[in-house]
Structures are given as structure tokens and as C-alpha cells.
Write a new protein. Sequence first.
Length: 270
Amino acid sequence: EAAGDYAEELDYTITGIDPGAGIMGAAEQALEDYDNLDDWTLQSSSETAMIAEMEEAIENEEPIVITGWDPHWKFVDHDLKYLDDPEGSFGEPEDIDTLVREGLQDDHPEAYEILDNFEWTADDMAEIMYDIVVEDEDPLDAGQTWYDENEDVVNSWTEGVDEVDGESFEIVHGPWETDYSTVGMMTHVLEDMGYDVETTNVEANYMYQAVADDDADAMLGAWLPDTHGEYYEPIEDEVENLGANMEAEAALGLVVPEYMDIDSIEDLEG
Ligand code: PBE
């Protein structure tokens, strides 16, 4: 197969995830930015369905183009590559921020301080994600394993913070394994400090609205400034941003199996 001959085999289709995900907006932007993608469309599904399609393609050594991101477990188990993005449709590596509702510091100063101290790395998150997706573990079990193996890290967030007595605390998160991993871990951290933690999975736009409306106390997966910019900007003044819990390691792009002999989005013919 010559480079770029994949378009027909792929039916001019990029395989994506849930329509509310920020990466879907970036992929739509790429369809506009690249002339060679004029005839292509972005197929929405879910993270689970996209991964299933990717794994089937890999099994048959067939081409596939997916919306991909870091941190993610999929790069551990499969030989994949990001396509170069000379137009910059997918932006630069960004931060993952922690957002809390206004008034949290007064109502739950202990949780506020822990969340303010919370920071980790893409490798940390990927360990939990791997256990969830590949080992089929429950997010809470995978989060507990990471916690047990990284007590020094957790202690650096909780040191000097007083325990509480069964106060309830609600975390809202998106429908992706990045968020399940983070929340699975943080639930144990807060529960060990005496909180009664409830977690709710919602669509991306509602996640931001819930914190702005005080329906939830916190969210831990704000991909900013770009991926979730359209959700964040309208409510920016109604939440408190505690800064990055992961710095400059979150990245988006179009991802293909290594065996496809193209290197750039520009190589996808249309
Ligand atoms: N993601 C994972 C999400 C954020 C976390 C990249 C799939 C998105 O909104 O695109």
C-alpha cells in the first residue's frame, strides 16, 4: 500500500468518542484546517467502542484512524503513533486542572487543602488506567492499588490536614478512563481522611455546570486551556481553579497503528 491510500479503505472516516468530549471539537477543527480532509467525517461513539474498533483493526492489520490522547493506557499495549499535526488543530500539551465550587474552602477546608496539594504525573494515572482497562479492575480497586504503592505521594497531599467525621463530598467527572482513574484514587484519599465521597459520571458540559451551580464540590479533570475551553470559559468566574494536578502532559491528536505507512495528518488523502 502506498502512503495515503487508506482513504477509501477507511471510508473517509475518523473513529471518535462521545460527542461532548473536547477532543471531538479538536478533530472537527482538523477537518476544517486540512484541505485533504475535506471529504472525511468524524464518527462519534464512546471511548469503549472506539478502543474495541481499534483492537479489531489491529488484530486484522487493517488501517484505522482514531482520536487519541495522553495519558492513556493504549500506548502501553499497542504500537501506535500520533500523526504530525502541522496545522496545530490539536493544540499544545496542556494541564489537567482541579476545579472546586465557590465556598468550598469555608465549608470543607480539609478537602480544599488536599485538593489544592494534589499533583501527580501522567505515568501515575496510566498505571491506574491500565489496571482498569486491561486488567478489568474496578476503578476503586485500581485506585486503591496505586494508593497503597504511593503512600509517600499521598502523604505529601494530606500532611498536616486534620481528619473530619463523615462529611459528605461530591465529585463530578466525565465518561473517560482518565477521569475514572483519578476519581477512583482520590475517593480513597478523601475517605481515609473521614469524608463520605460520592462520585457522579456526567457529560463534559454538565461537569463544569455542576461545579458552577454548587451541585458538586469538585472536578479533577479540567483539560485546559484548549480541550475544555468552551465549557470552562462561560463558568470561569463561578468556580475556583486550584491549578494543575498534572502539568503539561495532557495531549490530543489523531492516532494510527505503527504499521500504517503515513506520518502526518496531511498524508491522509481525500
Ligand atoms: N479526553 C480525556 C477528554 C478529556 C479527558 C481527552 C477524551 C476530552 O474531553 O476530550
